[in-house]
Design a binder for this molecule. Structure first.
Ligand SMILES: C[S@@+](CC[C@H](N)C(=O)[O-])C[C@H]1O[C@@H](n2cnc3c(N)ncnc32)[C@H](O)[C@@H]1O
Length: 172
């Protein structure tokens, strides 16, 4: 992105060590990248982004409420008329990534989670060869954030209400 002239770039990763070594690799150019060390489900966006490229991590979210929480953050973080690019394995992908179990989402289930606020533009599929030489389909889902209704916030609230009701029924 730096080579292509992008000037305001933020990178988020959970490990401070990894962020630090990536900055070292970039050398002087590393000072042009704003680095955030955070769990992405607890991330508080410091600015509104034009483009949010979210690669290789969405599938770690296994519970519905975590997925809604993710879209909750995305709706906060992306400018209206901005873009979200979600790079992910879908169903028939691997069952683990980075040693962690992953969720087998479908293109339809992801879109259904946030289709009112985000409009899907296209899906690009590439072959991805894992370190174990297995080939899986890798999906890039492109979305346009066009409708400023906090759909995921409403869904998240509903999920909490339903979970609270189930918990209450099981405990009393
Ligand atoms: C396959 S790597 C991809 C890294 C990078 N996004 C990329 O595309 O090269 C997935 C990484 O996401 C990290 N990860 C998992 N859950 C996370 C979370 N809640 N917040 C931030 N990173 C997380 C894992 O530790 C793992 O290193």
């Amino acid at each position: 992105m730096l080579d292509n002239g992008y000037k305001i770039i933020y990178v988020l990763y959970i490990s401070a060590n990894v962020i630090e070594s990536a900055k070292q690799r970039l050398g002087e150019r590393g000072s042009k990248v704003q680095c955030i060390v955070s769990d992405f489900t607890k991330f508080i966006p410091p600015v509104d982004f034009d483009v949010w490229h979210y690669r290789s991590a969405f599938y770690f979210l296994k519970r519905e409420d975590k997925i809604y929480k993710y879209f909750f953050i995305a709706e906060d973080a992306i400018k209206k008329d901005g873009y979200l690019i979600l790079g992910t394995f879908l169903e028939n992908g691997p069952t683990k990534c980075s040693g962690l179990e992953i969720r087998q989402n479908s293109e339809a289930s992801i879109s259904a989670s946030f289709e009112i606020a985000f409009h899907r533009i296209k899906c690009v599929i590439e072959d991805h060869t894992t370190p174990f030489n297995t080939i899986f389909h890798w999906h890039y889902l492109f979305y346009f954030f066009y409708f400023f209704i906090p759909v995921s916030k409403i869904k998240l609230l509903l999920t909490y209400i339903i979970n609270l009701k189930l918990w209450t029924e099981n405990h009393f």
